[in-house]
Design a protein around this ligand. Structure first.
Ligand code: MTE
Ligand code: MO
Length: 371
């Protein structure tokens, strides 16, 4: 065991703050073992005394609350649900190949994982506080601080009240049968299914009902899809430059975009030619499900439909698999998912490139050599 009880073969992008993804093969199961669940942190991991910890519920509510863990457990129904978390930076490495993104980690396909989360519904806690009619957003506060931002910034974010009222949004103290660990947000974290991982705030201390989204840095500045701007690569003259028009502060990310990737075989491998099993995951995002996954082993000229797991809920990824006859030589394996609205992933990362490297949901591509 190495850092934070994670397996030694995790791909560690940074030790402090700790940022690591599992090797793709570790994502082949429906739930991800705790010792390989990806870990994304912006600051030092807090060490919170659960007995002294309180959750404050305030802002535009009829009845502000202050709840201990014992009170949360006693006063609200306990629920457990499988939910996939996915970082907005998942697959950023594919955007970095288009144009460099200095200062951001080159996540591969593993900034996503699935656990069975245990806790209470955020909606039930909010119902007790009674949001006032002008409340539109629920902001989440946490004690950890990012020192990479200048000046240093506490972590936080928000979701709409409409999303917060969904029965799927949890305040979790348990993860896949174990108590929530320190690195994953103990004693209590938010789990926002279908939305980018950044909104699933760990080490939660405060819920605030507001008219506007959270004014926390990670809502107002980070986790926004900024215009590509000028410069080398796919941008060029005529594109928006940050600061030159009303959209320059970007699109705040909430619901996840339809995505998929190949888990096996992985790129760079040498394998025997002939029938080969190809497996991967797909996640539709928001409240959609994955309806189809197409796989090509000739760079997209011919496609076969993979066998896709039945969606047990929109909140959990669906694995897919097919067996393809790989010819000898260099082979490009391509996969693309379609969702329940009939939308498909975009083909290329070139026009998805953005300065922070979020939401790369272009077709999955891996290159292998067959002998
Ligand atoms: N919550 C706090 N308080 N601090 C953080 O740095 N990182 C967010 C989110 N919640 C973060 C946080 C991001 S960007 C993601 S993708 C998920 O937590 C990752 O959750 P995990 O580390 O449990 O996988
Ligand atoms: Mo993230």
């Amino acid at each position: 065991m190495s850092l934070w009880d994670k397996r030694d073969d995790m791909v560690v992008h940074e030790r402090e703050p700790f940022n690591a993804e599992p090797p793709p093969a570790a994502l082949a199961g429906r739930t991800t073992p705790l010792d390989t669940f990806y870990s994304r942190n912006h600051g030092e991991i807090p060490d919170i005394d659960p007995a002294a910890w309180r959750l404050t519920v305030d802002g535009l509510v009829e009845q502000p609350l202050e709840l201990s863990l014992a009170e949360l457990r006693e006063r609200f129904e306990e629920v457990e649900a499988a939910v996939t978390l996915q970082c907005a930076g998942n697959r950023r490495a594919g955007l970095i190949e288009v144009r460099d993104i200095p200062g951001e980690d080159p996540w591969g396909p593993g900034a996503t994982s699935t656990a069975r989360w245990c806790g209470v519904r955020l909606a039930d806690v909010l119902a007790e506080a009674g949001p006032l009619p002008d409340a539109e957003h629920i902001a989440f506060g946490a004690p950890d601080v990012s020192r990479l931002a200048e000046p240093a910034q506490p972590y936080g974010g928000s979701i709409t009240l409409a999303k917060a009222r969904g029965a799927e949004v949890l305040l979790a103290w348990g993860m896949s049968g174990a108590p929530l660990s320190r690195v994953h947000g103990a004693p209590l974290r938010v789990v926002v299914p279908g939305w980018i991982g950044a909104r699933s705030v760990k080490w939660l201390t405060r819920l605030t009902a507001r008219r506007e989204p959270s004014d926390n840095f990670f809502q107002t500045s980070a986790y926004r899809l900024l215009p590509a701007g000028d410069g080398p690569g796919p941008g060029g003259p005529g594109q928006d430059r940050p600061g030159t028009d009303g959209h320059a502060d970007g699109i705040p990310l909430g619901p996840i975009a339809l995505n998929c990737d190949v888990l096996s075989p992985r790129g760079g491998r040498r394998l025997p030619s002939g029938p080969t099993e190809i497996i991967g995951y797909a996640l539709a995002g928001d409240d959609r499900t994955v309806a189809r996954v197409d796989v090509s082993v000739d760079g997209g000229r011919h496609w076969v439909q993979a066998d896709v797991d039945t969606a047990e809920s929109p909140w959990v990824w669906q694995h897919w698999r097919t067996t393809a006859d790989l010819p000898a030589g260099e082979v490009e394996i391509t996969a693309r998912a379609w969702d329940s609205t009939g939308a498909a992933q975009p083909e290329s990362p070139v026009h998805l490139w953005n300065p922070k490297g979020y939401a790369n949901n272009s077709w999955a591509r891996v290159h292998v050599t067959c002998e």
